[in-house]
Design a protein around this ligand. Structure first.
Ligand SMILES: Nc1nc2c(c(=O)[nH]1)N[C@H]1C(S)=C(S)[C@@H](COP(=O)(O)OP(=O)(O)OC[C@H]3O[C@@H](n4cnc5c(=O)[nH]c(N)nc54)[C@H](O)[C@@H]3O)O[C@H]1N2
Ligand SMILES: Nc1nc2c(c(=O)[nH]1)N[C@H]1C(S)=C(S)[C@@H](COP(=O)(O)OP(=O)(O)OC[C@H]3O[C@@H](n4cnc5c(=O)[nH]c(N)nc54)[C@H](O)[C@@H]3O)O[C@H]1N2
Ligand code: SF4
Ligand SMILES: [Mo]
Length: 730
């Protein structure tokens, strides 16, 4: 037996390779965490091409969270005011299956919903699609990726005819100009940032531009930081295009041979003169011109983006406007260039491959496409017409569906919506009205557990075998290397057992996850994400592989579109002509500040794991609100003083951090502190659910707020609540 297991870090979409070994090994002292508990050793896998041995603090400490506050057994209750009681799996399955049948025959399959996660492995995603969209005929499977990646998905599909980030991490070390927009890569994709930063430091000619209303650690490393006003990205991008056009930095050959719709785009960008854009974005004409010059003079431009672009009421338009710049300058399909969306979660990419959003089907297919439905039905051995032609409910639709009674059953897995959804007061009120909620998570308590009728204990990473795909389309096997606690089961096993108990015995007759994966890849044959040459066994032997990797061409591909043919009917990439529309809820005299929300280096989302790691708790002991000194002076607040922040929907309290890193008029709070981790410091108490009309992704990055100083000081101590104590009501 080898002394370590090669696997993938289960946090962010960088997808770093890890080597994990047991706490006790012959000839070595037992490995322990800071509290003295024996803990698995973790180190970077030097052979993993994506990360080359590097890890950040989250990956390095992952093992410390594995055994803390785990949910061990199924728990049930009749109503939300009762206590949970322990149940057998048999009883829990029975309750769920009966409920599915009742809802199916009284309200119809479209009243059954599942809300999943980019933290599923691909096998979990796939089995959930087969159960919901196939066997039950309900497209109401959506994932937290709706809050995360759906604008990138929509943008790629509309511009290129298919989803799929076309670049790879090697491009970070081949580019002349890295254009980072709406991404705090240094804190949120640290190893991607390390690779870029090292290369940038060594090669002084290489330019790095960062577009972010905050001066983040990412922005600090840039040659040019454009601190635009929130929501003015399209103005900026069209302004850059305007100058590229004016200065003749365009690629007419590429535009002519490989694209369509350029004239309507050219008509739009005409209106974005430097003076107009400088005024709109709140940046100088000089900085705008520098950005355009860097773009224009570079042979290879690589754009990187994440939530500052996607989480917007014009998210898809922003994505397409970034792609426009690449099309206009021919910066795609070659080394060191292209529009590269950074995926947030470890397997958001796998979710897209498996069809894990309400409008998708496995293999980069669309619910609305009759041929796609027929292909999937055939492979699943289902009668023709079983898959509904109507896209299902999105994450937010499920909340409004609870409000209006359209949802008869909600099954939530691997996500914590009672913290991460917009407009939390409304979200929580809707969850309270749910006639029946199943919540399947690895940990207890989490904020969402309070809204469940049935709790199912999930085996997590390290305890189940499956694959995940990272941002550069690289698929890595994550083998189980320890036992799940108590009676916890892999998510896919739970879904498959429910399927069998509903009568779909042969549809869910899988002996293990390797068989699940083999069936799934058949659905990728001849699709843009063809993975037909990938199996668990090959990944085990050869290590991680990028797709496309098909049985007809089993050598993995580093980049897409190198032949400059796109997946549109005419093979051309499409220009999009968008004017800027701005924020869904702009500031006004009553709510004069724009609140933006995001992440910190050490914490992972709702803290179910990182909140239990001492080193990380010390790194980020409490929530805060960043306020510019000018605004602090107007509000008469100082560092550490408390303020109440109010939006039209709710309020929260934070200690103030006065800093020039945030622009005047804008304030920032981290998203990590839910109700279990602090008193009233929920970012989403304030946010709104207005979303992009194409991707239906909510604008979590901006809402209008007012700020009022409060007298009671919030001390660190009040934030150091131990959620383990809350387990008492189990
Ligand atoms: N440490 C850590 N890393 C993570 C995660 C985590 O929880 N913790 N989560 C992972 C996940 S799921 C995701 S999705 C990614 C997110 O990764 P990022 O998108 O990099 O992170 P965020 O902090 O959400 O937002 C990025 C930046 O968008 C900026 N922004 C706000 N409004 C605008 C705007 O209008 N225009 C522009 N251009 N920028 C704007 C914010 O100031 C912020 O700095 O991180 C992944 N990695
Ligand atoms: N204000 C604001 N809100 C945001 C964002 C923002 O930038 N600002 N970002 C949005 C984005 S991009 C995202 S991705 C979401 C993230 O928000 P969530 O998905 O709610 O956050 P997590 O804390 O990652 O929740 C994952 C849950 O899955 C559990 N888990 C881990 N592994 C497994 C497993 O294998 N199986 C099961 N069943 N459970 C498991 C964990 O214990 C945890 O409870 O937040 C969104 N909300
Ligand atoms: S960069 Fe992301 S994948 Fe890599 S170790 Fe850190 S959290 Fe894990
Ligand atoms: Mo995300």
């Amino acid at each position: 037996m080898t002394e370590f297991t090669k696997t993938l870090c289960p946090y962010c979409g960088v997808g770093c390779g890890l080597e994990v070994s047991p706490p006790a090994q012959l000839g070595k002292p037992t490995h322990r965490d800071s509290q003295g508990t024996p803990t698995w050793r973790v180190r970077g896998d030097k052979a993993h091409p994506s990360s080359q041995g590097m890890v950040c603090v989250k990956g390095a400490t992952i093992a410390e969270s594995l055994d803390k506050n785990r949910l061990h057994y199924p728990m049930v209750r009749e109503s939300l005011d009762q206590k949970f009681r322990r149940a057998s799996w048999d009883e829990a399955f029975d309750i769920i299956v009966k409920r599915i049948q009742t809802v199916r025959f009284t309200q119809g399959p479209e009243a059954i919903c599942m809300y999943g996660s980019g933290q599923f492995q691909t096998e979990d995603y796939y089995i959930a699609q087969k159960l919901l969209k196939g066997c039950l005929g309900s497209n109401n499977f959506d994932a937290n990726s709706r809050l995360c990646m759906s604008s990138a998905v929509a943008g790629y599909i509309q511009s290129f005819g298919s989803d799929g980030p076309p670049c790879c991490y090697e491009d970070l070390e081949l580019t002349d100009c890295a254009f980072l927009i709406g991404t705090n890569t240094a804190e949120c994709h640290p190893i991607i940032f390390n690779r870029l930063e090292k290369y940038h430091k060594k090669n002084r000619k290489v330019k790095m531009i960062v577009v972010d209303p905050r001066r983040t650690p990412t922005a600090e490393a840039a040659d040019l930081h454009l601190a635009i006003r929130p929501g003015t990205d399209i103005d900026l991008l069209n302004g850059i295009a305007h100058l590229l056009m004016r200065w003749g930095y365009i690629d007419p050959g590429f535009i002519e041979d490989c694209t369509s719709n350029f004239p309507s785009y050219a008509e739009v960008i005409r209106h974005y003169s430097p003076e107009v854009v400088s005024h709109q974005c709140g940046i100088s004409v000089e900085d705008l011109e520098t950005a355009a010059r860097y773009w224009g003079e570079s042979q290879r431009v690589l754009s990187l983006w994440s939530m500052g672009v996607n989480q917007s009421s014009e998210g898809t338009a922003k994505v397409r406007t970034i792609i426009n710049l690449h099309l206009m300058t021919g910066q795609i399909g070659k080394l060191g260039a292209g529009p590269f969306s950074l995926t947030g979660q470890p397997n958001a990419m796998g979710g897209r491959e498996a069809g894990g959003l309400a409008h998708l089907l496995p293999g980069y297919r669309l619910v609305k496409n009759p041929q796609h439905r027929a292909e999937v039905e055939e492979l699943w051995g289902l009668p023709s017409g079983r898959i509904s032609p109507t896209p299902g409910l999105t994450a937010w639709d499920m909340i409004t569906g609870l409000e209006n009674g359209a949802v008869g059953m909600l099954w939530i897995a691997a996500t914590n919506p009672a913290v991460s959804m917009p407009d939390l007061e409304r979200t929580k009120a809707a969850l309270l009205r749910s006639p029946f909620t199943v919540y399947q998570d690895a940990y207890y308590p989490t904020e969402t557990a309070a809204y469940a009728h049935v709790l199912l204990p999930a085996a997590q990473w390290s305890e189940k075998t499956g694959v995940m795909t990272n941002s550069e389309r690289r698929v890595t096997l994550c083998p189980a290397f320890r036992q799940p606690p108590g009676e916890a089961k892999a998510d896919w096993e739970i879904f498959a057992e429910v399927g069998r108990r509903l009568g779909y015995v042969k549809e869910f007759a899988f002996a293990n996850s390797s068989e699940v994966y083999s069936e799934f890849v058949k659905l990728t044959r001849d699709r843009p994400c063809d993975m037909t040459a990938i199996t668990h066994e090959r990944l085990q032997v050869q290590g991680p592989l990028q797709w496309p990797c098909s049985s007809t061409n089993p050598t993995p591909s580093k980049r897409l579109y190198t032949d400059l043919r796109f997946h549109t009917p005419d093979g051309r990439a499409r220009f999009a002509a968008y004017h800027s529309r701005g924020l869904a809820e702009p500031p006004d005299p009553n709510y004069p500040f724009v609140l933006t929300t995001g992440r910190l280096y050490g914490h992972w989302h709702t803290q179910t794991r990182t909140g239990r790691i001492e080193k990380i708790r010390q790194m980020h002991p409490e929530p805060f609100i960043e306020i510019h000194p000018r605004d602090a002076a107007i509000l008469r607040v100082n560092d550490n003083q408390s303020v109440e922040v109010r939006s039209r929907r709710g309020k929260a309290k934070f200690p103030v951090k006065v800093t020039r890193a945030i622009a005047p008029g804008t304030v920032f709070v981290p998203m990590h502190w839910g109700a279990l981790w602090a008193n009233n410091a929920e970012a989403n108490a304030l946010t709104h659910p207005e979303s992009c009309p194409d991707s239906l992704q909510p604008e979590l990055k901006a809402c209008a707020v007012q700020i009022v100083p409060v007298t009671v000081d919030l001390t660190v101590a009040s934030y150091q609540r131990q959620p383990s104590r809350q387990a008492a009501h189990l």
